[in-house]
Design a protein around this ligand. Structure first.
Ligand code: CA
Length: 231
């Protein structure tokens, strides 16, 4: 399958280089020269991955990444001239999947993109996910803890499998609301996600008040623990 990559970058020359590089690797490429257009394209075209600059006119890349994370789990690679650790940490904290500094090595960018895309497509075809004593069977929709079958509602199952498929990544309540419930920008959404996380914890966690599987990431959202994985 040809992956669709969205570039959000305001330097036309660099967009040209990236376009050439990515097309040469067999990707289909879209480009936006500012954050607003980038967000519109991300929504309309549903790319498989976004390459995002930080220093953009009007809305900076951090804000763009924040907004992308509010409704989707599309992987984001930040490509920026900002080399300071605090910027790299900030980028990763707001949900970017990787951070590459400019000037960048072309091969390295392609390899890092391939790694992220491969991880996601492998997760998508995985049938069984095992994390500690928790087993999730994505084809039969069965969940077990220490081999004891757990009864989940379809929504609880979808929420758990969404976190499990995206293991290793932090998902905001907005993106969970959009992926699991198909709701967007709904005021009561945060509470719905919270209540369902709490219910899931009661069913799968050894001690729901000290969760080991469904973890809160302060100020960002939720992630599933990542211990052992089997296909
Ligand atoms: Ca720039």
């Amino acid at each position: 399958m040809k992956h669709k990559i969205l570039i959000i970058e305001d330097e036309p020359q660099l967009v040209g280089i990236l376009e050439y590089l990515l097309k040469d690797e067999g990707y289909s490429v879209l480009a936006a020269y500012n954050g607003e257009d980038g967000l519109k394209l991300a929504k309309m075209e549903k790319p498989d991955l976004v390459i995002l600059d930080i220093m953009l006119p009007q809305m900076d890349g951090f804000e763009v990444c924040n907004r992308i994370r509010k409704y989707t789990t599309i992987p984001v690679i930040i490509l920026s001239a900002k080399k300071e650790d605090e910027n790299i940490i900030k980028g990763l904290e707001i949900g970017a999947d990787d951070y590459i500094t400019k000037p960048f090595n072309h091969r390295e960018l392609i390899l890092r993109m391939q790694k992220i895309l491969k991880r996601i497509s492998t997760h998508k075809v995985t049938k069984k996910i095992k994390i500690g004593d928790l087993e999730i069977n994505l084809s039969t929709k069965e969940v077990a803890v220490k081999s004891n079958r757990i009864n989940l509602t379809p929504t609880e199952f979808n929420l758990l499998s969404c976190l499990a498929i995206n293991r290793g990544r932090v998902l905001s309540w907005e993106s969970l609301l959009s992926e699991v419930w198909n709701y967007k920008d709904w005021e009561g959404g945060r509470e719905i996600v919270k209540v369902n996380i709490r219910r899931l914890r009661k069913k799968i966690e050894p001690d729901p008040s000290h969760p080991v599987y469904l973890l809160n990431v302060w100020g960002m959202g939720y992630r599933i623990a990542c211990r052992s994985i089997e296909d």
